[in-house]
Design a protein around this ligand. Sequence first.
Ligand code: BGC
Length: 759
Amino acid sequence: MNIEKILSEMMLEEKASLCSGSDFWHTKALERFDIEPIMLSDGPHGLRKTNRNHCKTEANDETAIAVCFPAACATASSFDKTLLEKMGKAIGDECQAEDIAVILGPGVNIKRSPLCGRNFEYFSEDPYLASHQAAALIKGIQSKGVGTSIKHFACNNQETRRMAVSANVDERTLHEIYLSAFEYAIKETKPWTVMASYNRINGEYTTQSKYLLTDILRDKWGFKGLVMSDWGAVDEREKGVEAGLDLQMPSCHGKTDEIIVEAVKSGKLDEKYVDECVRNVLKLYDKYKTNHKGGQWDPKKDHELSRKIATECAVLLKNDGDILPLDNSKKICFIGAFAKTPRFQGGGSSHIECTEITSALDAVKEYCDVKFALGFEAESNDPDEKLISEAVELAKNSDVAVIFAGLPDSFEYEGGDRKHMRMPDCQCELIKRAAAVNKNIVVVLHNGSPMEMPWLDNAKGVLEMYLAGQASGGAVCDLLFGKVNPSGKLAETFPLCHEDTPAFIGEFGCGDNVYYNEGLYVGYRWYDKRKLPVLFPFGYGLSYTKFEYSDIKLSADEINADGELTVSVTVKNIGSRAGKEVVQLYVSDKHSSVDRPVRELKGYEKVALEAGESKKVFFKLDKSAFAYYSTDEHDWVVEDGRYDIEIGASSRDIRQSAYIFINNGYLPKVRFTINSIVGDILAHPAAAEVFVDFIKSEVAKEGGQVGIQSVDDFPADLMQVFSDMSVRTTLDFVSSKGITREKLIATLNRLNDIVNDEK
Ligand code: BGC
């Protein structure tokens, strides 16, 4: 396709029109150049195609059926990139068969608050994990010739006022936490498209932010694909076009196309920006044309894959007295609405019309007969005495009672945030009452985000399934009865209570502003820095077996900042059944010139081990593992010094550690000014000497004397006061006329040279 030729022959009106949708799901046709509409459809954990007949001119409501795979809240917990790639391939095949050019996902927004209504669609509170899991999914989907749209770029961390709110966030936090969830995935996998979010960042809509869409995304990260708006996220399209927004979605019914034409004609908008958008739309069309092959997919096979994936995602939170796996010769009962009607996906644009749904009650027949009691209605809050009494009676007459609990549909959906972190009262009451008559209680959880667990002491076993997709029921039985050994780890912290969470104060903002005052300290970074106890830490998850870690080795004691480090550690399965362990690597920089989190995830590998087997696990670390975002350099930097490498079974269960020195890295530039504090100068011996000499010699010129001959002469109590004074105050506090502002500035410039030359 000769894009430049087409572009040169296009009228301005055609260009403007091509860069907005034709209907809810399609791009526009351009018949005189044989360009057809292509379809963009949700995502992210399966195909939601609400326009089944692929009618290209108007949307219709007939939704195609597809397989609902586990949502990102679950797949993140697998900590398994190979698995995500496999899932991506299956989704890619389904999209090919349904003639989808781009599937709208994955969503990598950071879980700033556990209450965000869309957390179930997002991976983690940790950007490294979110970006790596997303990258694997994108790789899988795009390997099938179907595009992805990594979303929602960026800081769409709440649903409350999502189309108006400004996420006010400092530069370092923006880059280290919120953008870095996108950065690796975009650089590594080159998604065909990026979706700009609804919200504003620091006052500016993301859809019209040149900083975000051009300076960072294209110029810094090298993104070459198309940027589309989230559905209805465009405020002033002419600003968007100039900033790098290529495609407005959905249709604007011609309204903003006219604005673009007018803006170019009046000289307000340079046509070169419109041309760039057209190029990106045509490039996307070309990719679709080159890669679209159609094909078939097998609903049964994908359903089974969804079941397998769900088993790899579940997190075993508690297993006192090895109550799990269950012995199917025992009298087992299932209790709870979610055993019969599983809660396996969230509400909104990711909601999938499933090929089939398996409940735990259906699937358990493969293992044994169980008795069932409803216990509560899924959407109720208040305890129903009749339902609870029936369930308690059943629990009393069983050896083990498995209670299927969690959050109702109405708690987690696109467009709204939760108001609290509690489970419905009826469920908490049911668990407590059942535990009063039977000590063998196992709780299976279905939810997209953490909740408080006031009943935790009442359960011997807790299995977190998250929203595990349409085959959730089969997966849960495979885990409960030990066909599969649980191997998921939490991709987010479960706090003790809502009040402990990092964003609690001013959580979703006041009016149209939300302030990210917690800065970098999101998720475990917050709990660790504040040394807060939590219910379950990031990276935590049990298994039916146990693992032992030994023999950490680094490939070097020292590396240059641009070098690479290999870390190896041996993991042994010391239990009596096969299992998988997620080995986590954290980096801790305790000697930085800037404040840093206690530790940060910088690597993870899932390793399968037979009983008694041991394997060496390897990690390769480059500078991104040690870097922080410098607001002086407006870029990532690695400082010289010592870094601790910690290998853990969770963020709070570090099993092995070692350290490395980094050389030839970044040393922050010193820029003393008249308003610098004296202490900053005194911290540099060479600078301190020159500074004290200057004061002494000026005083001496006038026959005076400074009692202080060197920095060491300062009494400790005075030192603190003096250190915090600005250099400027010497003009007031030292009477010598020779100490002028000009001479001080000249001395400071000398100091800057001395200190920076020293490096
Ligand atoms: C959501 C996107 C979604 C789009 C299309 C928007 O409301 O925020 O995630 O892809 O709708 O359905």
